[in-house]
Design a protein around this ligand. Structure first.
Ligand SMILES: Nc1ncnc2c1ncn2[C@@H]1O[C@H](COP(=O)(O)OP(=O)(O)OP(=O)(O)O)[C@@H](O)[C@H]1O
Ligand SMILES: [Mg+2]
Length: 248
């Protein structure tokens, strides 16, 4: 039996008169890699921001364990996000006056899960995994988009968050950088971390084992895939066919 780690119930999100999410129910299961797909403007990012406590729903509840995160104070929410959640977005805001390595290490210290020694060790390990060992002492402005994004992924996962939220993390990357970012997400997932990923990219979606399709602020379909174990033609065909059925 899969355990629910995060549950959105009756979620409604409005911007002014515009209803973006309407009475939506969603469950994220522990250790699963859940992917959200759907056309542009269907509310994917909105759903991710609200589920992760980056934004506040208009009505409904979001249960993380016993807590309803939609009812937490800003302070409690900030603390929870730092300790339990990791974030990767398309536009990464690394701290400009810290090197890539310092950006990663700092996040490890701030997440409060790591000692100085652990933060340094994990930074080294993650930078190696992300093929960043040679770029680690550069500042963001001296780094390529791919290097910055890989550093941002390392930063997001250093505190071993329970859930990693990612919104189009590969949207601006070339093939090699996309592979690096997806490989680390896959590895985190295989190590037991839960992932919620929003993407337009088939390669990225194929890393998931459960795909939800969003349309007009509602979940219109769900596809279960096997756990990712390397490229597999059959998974690709199943996903492509399903997306066609969803009229993606
Ligand atoms: N802060 C905001 N204020 C007003 N409207 C917003 C805001 N954020 C999003 N919207 C609107 O909500 C709708 C859904 O936006 P959202 O960013 O969630 O879509 P999306 O599915 O992530 O699209 P994309 O695939 O293009 O990223 C859009 O019509 C958007 O214009
Ligand atoms: Mg979006």
């Amino acid at each position: 039996m899969r355990d629910v780690i995060l549950a959105g119930k009756n979620l409604t999100k409005k911007f002014g008169d515009n209803t973006i999410l309407e009475n939506l129910d969603i469950e994220i299961f522990e250790t699963e890699f859940t992917v959200i797909m759907g056309t542009s403007g269907s509310g994917k990012s909105t759903l991710l921001y609200n589920m992760s406590g980056m934004d506040r729903i208009t009505s409904g509840e979001i249960k993380y364990g016993k807590k309803d995160i939609s009812k937490l104070s800003e302070r409690e929410l900030t603390k929870l996000r730092a300790s339990d959640f990791g974030f990767v977005f398309q536009q990464m805001n690394l701290v400009s006056n810290l090197t890539l390595a310092e950006n990663v290490k700092m996040a490890g210290l701030i997440s409060m899960n790591l000692s100085e020694k652990e933060a340094i060790q994990r930074t080294e390990l993650l930078l190696e995994q992300m093929n960043l060992s040679s770029a680690k002492d550069r500042f963001p402005i001296q780094s390529s988009g791919g290097e910055s994004q890989r550093a941002a992924v390392a930063r997001a996962v250093i505190g071993k968050p329970k859930i990693i939220f990612a919104d189009e993390p590969t949207g601006a990357l070339n093939k090699a950088n996309t592979e690096d970012v997806l490989n680390i997400l896959t590895e985190m997932n295989q190590g037991g971390q839960t992932i919620m990923l929003v993407t337009h990219d088939m390669e990225a979606a194929l890393r998931g084992n459960r795909i939800l399709y969003l349309e007009d602020g509602k979940i219109m379909g769900e596809l279960k895939l096997s756990q990712y174990e390397g490229k597999n033609k059959q998974r690709e065909e199943i996903l492509a066919k399903w997306l066609e059925d969803m009229r993606w």
